[in-house]
Ligand binder design. Structure first.
Ligand code: CMP
Length: 147
């Protein structure tokens, strides 16, 4: 079924000039970009977005990294968008991605486990929460899937 997911190009991806290459990979894989927006996250919003990681050792570093520059957030739409976007970006750890998923986006532009260039929602619930986080008028009281 048609789904929407949240994709994000993180500060290292934006600074590294990977935006066009990532968008080409997105469109070349059959996704459409339903909405997009450039955002500078502040500490509060980054901390809230990543609240599920608040107990992790890398949390404060993650918040610092995610506020280090602008991010590009996109709502992607496609059949099975959530799973397919996660597959296209590859594993969290860029070093692993380069070995096991050499054609993935993280293998192309990620730097390490933290500065891994892109984000993708990991479930229907996450997609709905993350889309609503950035695009507040979307799915008010609804779900992040259609059709
Ligand atoms: P993502 O999986 O999109 O969301 C959680 C983020 O936390 C992850 O991308 C990385 O940016 C970061 N992260 C995950 N694991 C580590 C780690 N071991 N060390 C540092 N950062 C991490």
């Amino acid at each position: 079924h048609m789904e929407k997911t949240l994709a994000m190009i993180k500060p290292d991806g934006v600074f590294g000039n990977y935006t066009d290459r990532i968008k080409n990979a997105i469109l070349g894989s059959g996704f459409s970009i339903f909405k997009e927006m450039i955002v500078q996250l502040d500490e509060d919003s980054a901390a809230t977005f990543y609240a599920e990681h608040s107990s992790k050792s890398f949390y404060s570093s993650l918040v610092k990294y995610m506020t280090s520059g602008p991010v590009l957030v996109m709502i992607l739409e496609k059949e099975n968008a959530i799973t397919d976007w996660r597959a296209l970006i590859g594993p969290t750890d860029t070093h692993k991605a380069k070995i096991t998923h050499p054609h993935s986006i993280r293998a192309m532009c990620g730097l390490d486990s933290e500065k891994n260039c892109v984000h993708g929602s990991d479930s229907t619930q996450s997609a709905q929460r993350e889309i609503s986080f950035f695009f507040k008028d979307m799915f008010a009281g609804g779900v992040a899937t259609e059709h």
